[in-house]
Design a protein around this ligand. Structure first.
Ligand code: AMP
Ligand code: MG
Length: 267
């Protein structure tokens, strides 16, 4: 999984990252899904210990182009975890009140507490992506945000937050297919926005903006992973593996009871 990790301070060229990559994985979809089920079960156990131990905080950030699969990851990777300890925070276009504050204000309110896992569906990175592509603020304003983001994430990390960031990498053809599927399928149509077709025209600008994000904000304390995401099952498999690996690295334990239970007999 290290293969998909972005090393700090590198120049990222997304054209060199294959959205169909399968790394060393030799199996097909069926094997992939079977393995995913095992990993998700492991994730369920790890999340329970995270909650019980009440020590670490876990923040998962998902960013992608439209149809990239953020919702799919949330449904398929976290399908077993206990909703009591996991929360999804989705960030839409900011409200008037949010715009009156600094861009991290609404973000900071949603970060995980001890024992909690929070998944960001979009995030503060929109403030250097869509905001940059559409010139919502001048370059000197968004240009400063990379450092501000790194400092913010460092603060979270130094206060017990494990941060994992996933860019779901699809290509233009895959997006076309997925948009078409949304148009054709009555069950998916509600997700289709004419605005998505407008955004699609800005694809090269977005790639450029993502390359800066990935190159400038992948750090030891808050790394980015570029996930090959044309194949949904492989995307989920990689993300679940990274999560399991990272959570296992925290060496969490169930806590002792706060009371002395020695000699307790239940009549
Ligand atoms: P969706 O995730 O499809 O529901 O769409 C959410 C929309 O909110 C997307 O079009 C994002 O680009 C937009 N959005 C999220 N954060 C920001 C932001 N900080 N500034 C402007 N637009 C944003
Ligand atoms: Mg959308």
């Amino acid at each position: 999984m290290k293969k998909y990790l972005v090393k700090p301070e590198t120049k990222v060229k997304l054209a060199k990252w294959d959205p169909n990559d399968m790394g060393d994985f030799k199996g097909g979809k069926e094997e992939g899904l079977a393995l995913l089920e095992k990993l998700n079960a492991r994730l369920e156990m790890l999340q329970e210990v995270l909650f019980a131990e009440h020590k670490h905080k876990v923040l998962v950030i998902l960013q992608a182009m439209d149809t990239g699969g953020k919702d799919g990851v949330i449904r398929r990777v976290f399908d077993r975890v206990n909703p009591a300890g996991v929360r999804v925070a989705s960030f839409k276009a900011p409200t008037a009140e949010e715009l009156d504050h600094d861009f991290l204000w609404r973000i900071h309110k949603q970060v995980p507490a001890k024992g909690e896992m929070v998944i960001f569906n979009r995030s503060h990175y929109e403030d250097v992506l869509v905001v940059r592509v559409h010139n919502y603020v001048p370059p000197e304003v968004w240009g400063r945000r990379f450092d501000q983001i790194n400092q913010f994430e460092r603060t979270l990390a130094e206060n017990g937050t494990t941060i994992l960031k996933f860019y779901l990498h699809i290509d233009l053809d895959e997006q076309k297919e997925r948009l078409q599927a949304r148009l054709d399928d009555p069950a998916k149509r509600w997700k289709f926005r004419l605005g998505d077709l407008e955004e699609r025209k800005f694809w090269p600008d977005y790639m450029n903006a993502f390359e800066d994000v990935l190159g400038k904000t992948s750090t030891a304390y808050a790394p980015w992973y570029i996930i090959p995401a044309n194949r949904k099952w492989f995307r989920d498999l990689v993300i679940s593996s990274v999560l399991v690996d990272t959570l296992e690295g925290l060496k969490m334990n169930y806590p002792e009871s706060e009371e002395d239970l020695s000699g307790v007999v239940i009549e």
